[in-house]
Design a protein around this ligand. Structure first.
Ligand code: 13P
Ligand code: SF4
Length: 328
C-alpha cells in the first residue's frame, strides 16, 4: 500500500535490508513484471548501467513509442515520463521521483502560452519536448534538440512561428535558418551557467581539444563551440572523431557514456560560472540526480509512482509528438 508520507514526497526512498544487491533485484523485478528501464544520459552512471536503453530525449521518445514491455520505468525527469505515457497510454509508466522537474518546462505555463497564442493569431506553435503535457496540447509540433532544425525546415519559409520555451535553442535555429520565430524567454538553469571564459581557459590548457556544447547553452558559448547539438550529437561526434580531447559543455552525466564508449579519449567538463574555483567542477541537473537505484527498486516493488495524464489533455498533447516522430 502506498502511504501518505510517500505521496507527499513523490517517491519511495524507504531503506531496504542491508546487503541487498539493488542492481540485481531491479533486473529481476523487470523480468518478473515485464518492465524496461529507460534512462537519460544525465542520470548517474549506476542507473545507466542497469538500464535497458539509454538515450537523449528524442531516442527515449522513439523507444517509448515502440516498446512491447508492459511497464516503462522512465529515469529522467517528469516531462519525459509524461511523454512516454502520451505515446503509450495503455502502458504503466513509472517515474521513480515525481518531483524530478525541469527548470525549462517550468518556464512555460500553459495558461501563459494560451494567452500569448491568443495575442498572436495566425502563428503556429513549436514547442521543445521539455514542456508539460498541457503545453504540448497547445502546440502544433514538438521538437527535441536532436531534430529541431530538421523539423522546422519542413515548415514553409514564411510560416509565422512561436517557439518555446528554450530561448537559446530557438535563437540558434533562427540564426541557422534565417527565420524570425517569436521566442519564449525560457531557459535551462544548468546549461545557462556555462561561460565562454571557462571554455577559453580550458582551451588554453588543451589547445587541441574539440569544444562541444548543447544547444540549450547561451549564444556566446555556442559561438565558440566546434560541435553544437543534442547529447546524442555530442556522443556520436566524440565516438567517430579522430580527435583525442574534448571540452564538454553539457550536464556532467554524459561523461559516463563518453568515457565508457571512448576509454582512450579525454573529456574536460566545462565548470559552471557560479562555482568556478570552488567545489564541484562540473554542472549537474539536480532533477536528473533525483533518480536513485533505491527509488527505482521501490517503485518496481510497489508499482508506484506512476504518471497519469488527463485524457482530455492527452488527446491533444500526443498529436504534436507524433507529428515530430513522423518528421524526424
Ligand atoms: P537532449 O536529451 O535532447 O540532448 O536534451 C537534454 C536535456 O536537457 C534533457 O533534459
Ligand atoms: Fe531540464 Fe535542464 Fe535538467 Fe534538462 S538539464 S532536465 S533542461 S533542468
Amino acid at each position: 500500500m502506498v502511504n501518505k508520507e510517500w505521496i507527499d514526497k513523490g517517491c519511495i526512498d524507504e531503506p531496504v535490508e542491508q546487503g541487498l544487491n539493488l542492481k540485481q533485484e531491479i533486473r529481476r523485478m523487470c523480468k518478473e513484471k515485464d518492465a524496461i528501464i529507460l534512462a537519460h544520459y544525465y542520470t548517474v552512471g549506476e542507473i545507466q548501467e542497469i538500464a535497458d536503453f539509454v538515450g537523449d530525449s528524442l531516442a527515449l521518445a522513439r523507444k517509448a513509442a515502440e516498446t512491447d514491455a508492459k511497464v516503462m520505468v522512465m529515469c529522467g525527469v517528469h516531462f519525459m515520463a509524461e511523454t512516454c505515457k502520451l505515446l503509450s497510454p495503455e502502458k504503466t509508466v513509472i517515474c521513480p521521483d515525481l518531483t524530478a522537474g525541469c527548470s525549462l518546462a517550468d518556464s512555460c505555463k500553459a495558461e501563459d502560452l494560451k494567452k500569448f497564442k491568443d495575442e498572436h493569431p495566425g502563428y503556429k506553435v513549436v514547442s521543445y519536448v521539455n514542456t508539460t503535457a498541457a503545453v504540448k496540447a497547445l502546440t502544433d509540433c514538438v521538437v527535441t534538440s536532436g531534430n529541431a532544425k530538421k523539423v522546422i525546415d519542413t515548415f514553409p519559409k514564411d510560416e509565422k512561428i512561436i517557439f518555446g520555451p528554450d530561448y537559446n535553442l530557438g535563437n540558434y535555429i533562427n540564426s541557422v535558418t534565417g527565420r524570425q520565430m517569436l521566442l519564449w524567454n525560457g531557459g535551462c538553469h544548468v546549461h545557462e551557467k556555462f561561460s565562454v571564459d571557462a571554455i577559453v581557459r580550458l582551451k588554453a590548457e588543451h589547445p587541441d581539444a574539440v569544444v562541444m556544447a548543447h544547444l540549450e547553452c547561451k549564444a556566446p558559448v555556442l559561438a565558440v563551440a566546434d560541435v553544437k547539438g543534442s547529447t546524442a550529437t555530442m556522443l556520436t561526434y566524440a565516438q567517430q572523431s579522430d580527435k583525442q580531447e574534448f571540452i564538454v559543455a553539457t550536464e556532467a552525466g554524459i561523461l559516463h557514456e563518453l568515457e565508457r564508449t571512448c576509454p582512450d579519449k579525454r573529456f574536460y567538463p566545462v565548470p559552471p560560472e557560479m562555482s568556478e574555483g570552488v567545489g564541484c567542477s562540473c554542472n549537474e541537473c539536480e532533477y536528473m540526480k533525483k533518480n536513485t537505484l533505491l527509488k527505482i527498486y521501490n517503485s518496481l516493488r510497489y508499482g508506484w509512482p506512476t504518471v497519469e495524464v488527463d485524457p482530455a489533455i492527452a488527446r491533444d498533447a500526443v498529436k504534436p509528438i507524433e507529428k515530430m516522430l513522423s518528421l524526424s
